[in-house]
Design a protein around this ligand. Structure first.
Ligand code: DNO
Length: 403
């Protein structure tokens, strides 16, 4: 079985470690959320959180994320100092016995949704990416130069009329969702009013004015060449997280959205320590991605897994499917992961835990009375985890019977 884990956002999480323990997970996925991006994680702080988790009978399975400072991504003047800090954090994490680190290389914005409360037919709620609304945000709210050329003409047309029909409250809500609600609890991005958020955001976008895909790849390679030897030495596997959604947005380069992208990264510094977070959810939101083929080919360098799936609509909208539905085909993905786990065990590899967390979840039942972070409801994720656990047991049984 894959190591069962759960994301915990630290002291501010409305779900406590004691409660998570009741769910029956073995490991916690968390970060030192209180340390500003770019600063060194000290052994003292790492051990404080690690001990707290262990006192609750679990282990700190994965760091998600050790964030990469924007300046490293756009190659600003301070990047080498920031990379040195990153290396020091890795050394400290290694000393404290942490061996799996998730990070991403998405410029400015991590994951994107336009609606956090999309009602499903059964009454539960899902996160939703509405392509037209996203273009409203880009073209008509940010007023980004060149936005029109980046999207199909009919979508831009629809965005124009949608924008004209939106009330100022709806516009504010859209800004709050894209910039603050989704990023805030992960990257600590906050702003008191929507105009301030827009200005802050535009300032960040500007840093990438002259950076295209190849420029960003160049900066990623520079980063990997510096940190992967350190990770190797201290026994850490680095796992890059795919772009969510896996497409170009806001004129920014995005370089972790397809099979070819990922192969490029794994080859750029060809070391076992340079690995992947297989986020089935993010990847499944791209029509170009076939998850079964991808996991088959990439599994050797996968050390951390996010299991969820999306429904992708013809117009480019997508939303979170139930964990066992949608286009990801998690049964096939899980089967490949379990086969890999067996082969790692058989060949004496130490990295066979393969931590897995169910990612996101529908908001349902008691979740409506609670104030969980968007995408991270208790009951919805619990349902996903129970389903995936059953799926894993069934597949293991089948593999044992037929091997
Ligand atoms: C969203 C998450 C991402 C992920 C980071 C990893 O729910 O999947 O924010 O944690 O991209 O660096």
């Amino acid at each position: 079985m894959l190591e069962k884990t759960w994301r915990w956002f630290g002291a501010n999480d409305s779900i406590s470690l004691g409660e998570i323990r009741q769910i029956g997970v073995e490991g916690i996925v968390t970060a030192l959320h209180h340390i500003p991006n770019g600063e060194v994680w000290s052994c003292e702080e790492i051990n404080r959180v690690k001990t707290e988790i262990e006192q609750h009978g679990m282990r700190w399975s994965v760091v998600e994320s050790l964030p990469v400072h924007e300046e490293i991504k756009y190659g600003g003047p301070d990047r080498d100092r920031l990379i040195e800090n990153y290396k020091e954090s890795l050394i400290n994490l290694g000393k404290c016995g942490i061996d799996t680190i998730c990070y991403n290389f998405m410029p400015v914005i991590d994951w994107i949704r336009t609606d956090l409360h999309h009602k499903l037919d059964n009454g539960a709620e899902s996160l939703y990416f509405d392509f037209v609304e996203f273009v409203v945000f880009d073209r008509y709210i940010l007023n980004r130069v060149g936005a029109e050329e980046d999207y199909p003409e009919e979508i831009v047309e629809k965005a124009k009329s949608r924008f004209l029909s939106m009330s100022s409250l709806e516009k504010e809500r859209l800004v709050d969702t894209v910039i603050i609600k989704t990023q805030g609890f992960i990257d600590g991005i906050t702003a008191d009013d929507p105009n301030q958020a827009i200005e802050l955001f535009k300032g960040l976008l500007k840093k990438y004015d002259h950076i295209d895909e190849s420029g960003l790849r160049h900066n990623l390679k520079h980063f990997l060449e510096a940190i992967i030897p350190v990770a190797e030495k201290v026994g850490i596997n680095m796992c890059i997280h795919p772009d969510d959604p896996p497409m170009k947005v806001l004129g920014l380069p995005r370089i972790v959205g397809s099979y070819e992208d990922i192969c490029w990264i794994l080859d750029a510094v060809d070391s076992p320590a340079n690995g992947l977070t297989f986020c089935a959810g993010s990847l499944s939101a791209g029509a170009h991605n076939n998850l079964t083929e991808m996991i088959k080919s990439l599994v050797e360098r996968v050390y951390f897994v996010h299991l969820r799936s999306t429904e992708l609509r013809e117009n480019g909208d997508f939303y979170e499917a139930e964990h066992l539905k949608g286009r990801a085909n998690l049964a096939e993905v899980v089967r490949e992961l379990l086969l890999e786990q067996k082969s790692r065990k058989n060949s004496g590899r130490m990295d066979f835990r393969m931590p897995m967390r169910v990612d996101h979840g529908h908001r349902m039942l008691h979740d409506f009375n609670a104030n969980h972070n968007p995408g991270y409801p208790l009951i919805g994720r619990l349902k996903g985890l129970a389903e995936i656990t059953g799926l894993e047991m069934g597949i293991e049984l089948q593999l044992d019977n037929f091997s």
